[in-house]
Design a protein around this ligand. Structure first.
Ligand SMILES: [Zn+2]
Length: 461
């Protein structure tokens, strides 16, 4: 896609610059772990975790083997005892599934597949996987992702465009806790989150007396398995944790920066439980989570090269590869390529992408011209440097009257302005609106893509 290619070039040229700035032969340095910004308290992590569990557990088979579960808990307790002031207690369950996978739900709920025990070569490797997952929970990556997602929904980009978000942040968090649990809690982490979890896990391993090099070896083993005949068993963790090669490198860097240690911790029980896990008759796979309303359905594309999203009152297609953050309850969606989003400090801004949301009319009855004017006023007031550059133009979208209004505002991606195309569509109680955003310099390339996105809209009748 043209839009993407240009941005990739931009990113590449930035990398060239930073490569030139690099100084040679630095001593090994530990990765700095910064907990990301979140809008939630730790209590809300636990609430969200509990809500997520309700959705996740029916989709897996929890292993009923008290001895094996106690062994995993013992390993977990060994490493979490090295965390100063853990913000929540950790609980452990085993999942009867021979795939290599483990996850930790926000709030400290750890799940380990039998496949981890079956495929690990020693206790250190099991500890390593668990330490990584515990790292995601302690560093509160889900809360960070969700907060960013909420900002993407409009809080940062258009403070005023939040007509639907009555109750503010607290209200949103409550909504997330009650409905969207699994989807939001289990969304993919960013590369930086994965690196932080790797570094965190490696340090815990070392502190607990396990050699962190073993988690790097486990990554390499997974990579070999993925390349060989046994590929199927690796799908779980590998699909959410790509690029084992560079991850081993990061672990090796971490080890170089660690104080010297001897690694003698081992319960001596690994071989017994590995054998027991291999004897467990695998449970039949259950229905995977997601796939419901509001879930991006990546393969049910209605347009070639496009993915598809269904909200409560609309359907829309967007370029494959763009990341979607949908909130079916607010009937809203933000889609953007990874390079189209810029985080600075506590705010996230979309510099290339599309925001879809609802605007409720003050009177409760939709009036396209009046509601569009009201939305424009709020938007311009809430976004410094934003200017309307054209009068609204009429159009029909899926049989409904609509208005297209063009704005410019400072771009978060590059020096200069972006163009913001506001599309407002009349609905019985207000507006469905889209903001299509792109740096001014790329607009000509983005326009055909945006046309396709607008043309794909289907409204609930
Ligand atoms: Zn991870």
């Amino acid at each position: 896609m043209m839009v993407r290619r240009i941005l990739v070039l931009l990113v590449l040229s930035m990398q060239v610059l930073s490569a030139q700035a690099k100084k040679p032969a630095k001593p090994p340095k530990q990765r700095e772990l910064k907990p990301g910004f979140t809008m939630f308290g730790v209590d809300q992590d636990i609430e969200m975790g509990k809500a997520a569990i309700k959705e996740i557990e029916p989709t897996v088979t929890i292993l009923d083997d008290p001895a094996m579960t106690a062994y995993i808990k013992r390993l977990g307790d060994t490493i979490t005892s090295k965390i100063p002031n853990p913000p929540f207690p950790f609980t452990y369950k085993m999942v009867n599934d021979p795939q290599i996978n483990a996850f930790c739900v926000p709030g400290g709920f750890v799940y380990v597949n039998t496949g981890i025990l079956i495929n690990a070569e020693n206790e250190s490797q099991v500890i390593g996987v668990m330490g990584h997952e515990i790292g995601h929970a302690i560093l509160r990556h889900s809360a960070n992702q969700m907060s960013k997602g909420m900002l993407l929904q409009g809080l940062a980009t258009a403070g005023a465009m939040v007509g639907e978000m009555k109750g503010g942040v607290a209200g949103m968090a409550a909504q997330i806790g009650s409905g969207l649990g699994a989807q939001l809690a289990m969304m993919k982490f960013s590369r930086n989150h994965e690196k932080d979890a790797d570094a965190f896990g490696a340090r815990l391993m070392s502190q607990a007396g396990y050699n962190p090099i073993e988690i790097a070896r486990f990554f390499e083993k997974m990579q070999q398995m993925a390349g060989g005949k046994q590929g199927g068993g690796v799908a779980g963790w590998m699909s959410s944790h790509p690029d084992p090669g560079s991850r081993s490198q990061l672990i090796e860097q971490e080890i170089l920066a660690m104080p010297r240690a001897t690694y003698g911790a081992d319960t001596g029980d690994f071989a017994r439980f590995k054998a027991a896990a291999a004897r467990v008759v695998p449970a039949k796979p259950k229905v995977a989570p997601g796939g419901g309303q509001g879930t991006p359905a990546p393969d049910s594309t209605s347009v070639k090269g496009f993915s598809y999203f269904r909200g409560q009152t609309f359907e829309i297609s967007y370029p494959k590869g763009w990341q979607a953050q949908g909130n079916p309850e607010a009937d809203s969606l933000t889609v953007a390529p990874a390079e189209g989003v810029k985080q600075s400090g506590q705010s996230v801004a979309v510099g290339l992408g599309v925001i879809v949301s609802r605007y409720k009319s003050a009177s409760g009855k939709g009036d396209l011209t009046r509601d569009t004017q009201a939305l424009i006023q709020e938007t311009v007031k809430g976004n410094q440097g934003m200017n309307q550059t054209q009068a609204p133009a009429n159009r029909t979208i899926d049989g409904q009257p609509a208005l297209l209004t063009m704005f410019t505002s400072p771009s978060p991606l590059e020096r200069g302005n972006e163009m913001d195309l506001l599309v407002t569509i009349q609905r019985p109680d207000g507006l469905l609106y889209l903001v299509l955003i792109c740096p001014e310099s790329q607009w000509k390339n983005a326009e055909p893509v945006f046309d396709q996105i607008i043309g794909s809209i289907k409204l609930a009748k």
